[in-house]
Design a binder for this molecule. Structure first.
Ligand code: SF4
Length: 333
């Protein structure tokens, strides 16, 4: 059965923080906070279509710091979502939200759990305290650890979100962050390469030439490594890169934003594996690469990038399809 999210964007208007990367309204693409009645209408409208398609859905409160919004408003949204998980459990299977690590404590978790919350995602962004401080996050890596442990203790699914290429960030800080996420036994992860938006502190620094984020290629190499790390730990990466948005495109000054970013990173993983394997094969320079038909475009790479890079390294290959195979290489004579 296919699972989807019915996303409800709840902008954290009046957020007391000023994270360097955040233009909250641009990221969510929404300005108006939805009323409980509007959420009820959306969920009721979606119900027959989801049921007809045999799909299940989680109600996902995203876009801000859900547990930091006005308490009465938060509970009205949760109560509404809970009505549907109670009355239509065959379709609405759970409720998830995203929030800040320092907006999680036992009292908040009591409220969430009593209203059917099933998953909480924390915007950790980095586990490096210097990066957190210089990007004015207003919380520490220790806050992430504490919140993650409280969420796991309640039996909720723990999602952790990280960014790459923030002000003062380094690739090794990002891989250290991934290691910490794995230690914390995250159930899901989202990775967001930094997009520099006009109207943010990062935007000012960027315009003054005091900040550069990782290049596209550095980000692809790094995210390929992060995907490999989380894959090895069997932690699903449920998102890589910001969703396509005209607001983001209009306000973007720099950074990494590409609709096919995940595919490009997965293609880089295959490239790295092919190069490493071919380099081990002595004098052989021509190969047969076996892969599942669904993988062919990733093996070849966007605009044949992998094929051409391997050719420049002295290697040629042809592809043969083999259902269920990720990558298998044989010498061709
Ligand atoms: S990212 Fe930072 S500034 Fe933006 S809503 Fe969240 S806590 Fe507030």
């Amino acid at each position: 059965m296919k699972q989807t999210n019915i996303s409800v964007f709840v902008p954290h208007i009046g957020c007391p923080h000023r994270c360097t990367f955040c233009d909250q309204r641009t990221i969510s693409g929404e300005v108006k906070a939805p009323a409980a009645d509007e959420v009820r209408k959306t969920l009721a409208e979606q119900l027959p279509a989801l049921r007809a398609r045999g799909m299940t859905a989680e109600v996902a409160f995203f876009g801000g710091s859900f547990t930091g919004i006005d308490r009465g408003y938060m509970t009205s949204l949760l109560d509404t979502a809970n009505e549907f998980t109670q009355s239509a459990p065959d379709v609405y299977t759970g409720i998830r939200c995203s929030t800040r690590p320092d907006f999680i404590d036992d009292e908040v978790l009591d409220i969430l759990c009593s209203r059917g919350m099933t998953a909480v995602e924390l915007g950790a962004q980095s586990m490096n305290n210097d990066v957190l401080c210089l990007n004015e996050r207003g919380h520490s890596a220790e806050d992430v650890v504490n919140a993650a442990k409280l969420i796991k203790q309640r039996g909720l699914s723990l999602g952790l979100q990280m960014m790459t290429g923030l002000y003062s960030d380094k690739p090794e800080y990002c891989t250290e962050t991934a290691e910490r996420f794995i230690e914390l036994k995250a159930d899901t992860v989202r990775i967001y390469p930094t997009v520099i938006l006009d109207g943010t502190r990062l935007g000012e620094l960027y315009k003054r030439g005091e900040y550069r984020t990782f290049t596209f290629d550095e980000t692809v190499e790094l995210c390929a490594e992060l995907l490999t790390m989380f894959g090895g730990a069997r932690i699903p990466v449920i998102r890589l890169g910001l969703h396509a948005s005209r607001d983001v495109e209009a306000k973007m000054l720099g950074g990494v934003y590409h609709p096919a970013l995940r595919e490009i990173c997965e293609s880089r993983i295959l490239y790295n594996e092919m190069l490493s394997e071919m380099q081990k094969r002595g004098d052989c320079k021509r190969f047969i690469v076996y892969t599942d038909p669904a993988n062919i475009s990733k093996v070849v790479g966007q605009k044949k990038e992998n094929k051409e890079k391997l050719y420049r390294n002295g290697f040629e290959f042809i592809i043969k399809t083999e259902k269920g195979t990720n990558l298998r290489i044989e010498n061709a004579f």
